[in-house]
Design a binder for this molecule. Structure first.
Ligand code: HEM
Ligand code: HEM
Length: 402
């Protein structure tokens, strides 16, 4: 059997590549659907889901590299002529679908990979080359778009595949020609047909269809995204002696050994503060922070963190921190109560403060145990989800004239 293609038959390299990637795709499609739909309510379910996703990603990345080799090889080879009576819609469609499938072999795994690289944590690729991709930032917005694009690319792949397999079967069963047999490893010898040259504009048609699919995926992700944070509680900034002009309230968790960080977009802080403790007072002042829990983004696990068993944002929409500001040695501490899920706990937040004229910068970090607030109680294995959660707050405030 010849290694290379001719205009009448496929060589052994093309055939091997075809069936290797075909089997890969046919395994990956149901694996992606099953992994996406698997429940993750208990620690065991989450571990199983993560394992299947790691397998999906690892096989997918391997398939991506095999596909590059396959396409590189195809570009050096003649494409066998169609077995048909004349050029018609069907041969043009067959060629376009071939190019759609070549595109899918690159674009489907690549979009999944971009989604993976843009999120933090959850189901690593099993290989030693890191989890990031050059040029892909770790960003919830990029992850969201890439996730939808991966999905619409999968739909385009499935549509092309249905046409492709139907065409192959039609040749085999209705026309009884050698189209399917010549992609196999056995003998050929079906009904003779007149060869028809491949349609030269098919690659261009396929590129246009892929661009339209990309545009549709992008549009869907943009239309879809405002709905996600629809139930964020509105907070009004209280009028106090200091007005917060800028700030970040971030949290970091450790899932499957890697850090997943995120933060709350909506929060307010009422601050009363004097550099010197006023006569008769026991503290420098008071701080009251209110946080809209629904405004959290946390890598790929935002929805899970806001849902049942975790923050349960729909039942407990706000968290509060109310504290007195005291000085300790050369620095400050806020000593008070943190209330999350209506569970109030005494908390001390040490923080650094720099005041230049009427502008103050503060920065503080705190480590909490999620179990104190009944968060993720089903996750008892700390290798899957660590108990410690770090919280860091940094803000800039300006003194408001009394
Ligand atoms: C059960 C599934 C499949 C069957 C029965 C099948 C059958 C065939 C046949 C018979 C051909 C040769 C067509 C011809 O001679 O003109 C072919 C070509 C091709 N197949 Fe498939 N295929 C399957 C799955 C796939 C999958 C999953 C992919 C990739 C995603 C794929 C990609 C291609 C490509 C790109 C070509 C064109 C090769 C070339 O001429 O450059 N096929 N397939
Ligand atoms: C080789 C081809 C691949 C195929 C055919 C494929 C197929 C699928 C399918 C059918 C789904 C389910 C879609 C849904 O129901 O939402 C899915 C989801 C997913 N795939 Fe792939 N995939 C491939 C490669 C990859 C790769 C290489 C990665 C990452 C490195 C990846 C990451 C993901 C992720 C993270 C999801 C879940 C998306 C979400 O929940 O938004 N996939 N994939």
């Amino acid at each position: 059997m010849a290694l290379t293609n001719s205009t009448t038959r496929y060589g052994i390299v093309s055939k091997t590549f075809h069936w290797l990637t075909a089997i890969g795709i046919l395994v990956m499609l149901p694996m992606g659907v099953v992994a996406t739909q698997m429940p993750h309510d208990t620690a065991d379910q989450l571990a199983r889901k993560a394992t299947l996703f790691s397998l999906h990603k690892t096989v997918g990345v391997a398939l991506f590299f095999i596909s590059i080799l396959r396409i590189g090889w195809a570009l050096t080879q003649p494409k066998p002529f169609h077995l048909a009576r004349k050029r018609g819609v069907e041969t043009v469609m067959a060629d376009t679908v071939h190019w759609m499938l070549y595109g899918a072999l690159i674009l489907v795994p690549l979009s999944g990979w971009v989604h993976h690289a843009a999120t933090e944590g959850f189901a690593p690729i099993w290989w030693p080359f890191g989890q990031n991709l050059p040029l892909v930032p770790e960003s919830a917005a990029v992850a969201e778009i890439a996730g939808v694009v991966h999905y619409v690319f999968v739909l385009a792949l499935v549509a092309s595949l249905v046409g492709h397999v139907a065409g192959a079967l039609k040749h085999h069963v209705v026309a009884k020609d050698d189209t399917l047999r010549r992609m196999g490893f056995g003998r050929v010898g079906g009904a003779p047909q007149t060869p028809v040259e491949p349609f030269v504009f098919s690659p261009l048609l396929a590129v246009m269809i892929w661009l339209a699919t990309l545009g549709a995926g992008y549009a869907v992700s943009v239309i879809d995204s405002p709905a996600r944070n629809a139930d964020v509680t509105a907070l009004t900034q209280p009028e106090t002696g200091w007005e917060v002009t800028d700030g970040d309230l971030d949290i970091a968790i450790t899932q499957f050994g890697s850090t997943v960080s995120g933060g709350f977009e909506t929060w307010s802080a009422a601050i009363q503060f004097d550099e010197t403790i006023p006569a008769g007072a026991a503290s420098h002042g008071r701080v009251a922070v209110e946080v809209a829990i629904g405004s959290l983004t946390l890598g790929s696990v935002t929805a899970q963190a806001l849902g049942d068993g975790y923050f349960e944002a729909s039942l407990f929409p706000t968290a509060r921190f109310e504290a007195d500001i005291l000085s300790e040695d050369e620095s400050y501490v806020a000593v008070g109560t943190l209330t999350i899920r209506e569970i109030a706990l005494a908390v001390t937040l040490p923080f650094a403060l720099e005041i230049e004229g009427d502008t103050a910068h503060m920065q503080g970090d705190l480590t909490l145990d999620r179990r104190d607030f009944d968060i993720g109680m089903a996750m008892t294995d700390t290798a899957q989800l660590a108990n410690e959660v770090t919280v860091s707050i940094a803000l800039t405030a300006v003194r408001v004239a009394p």
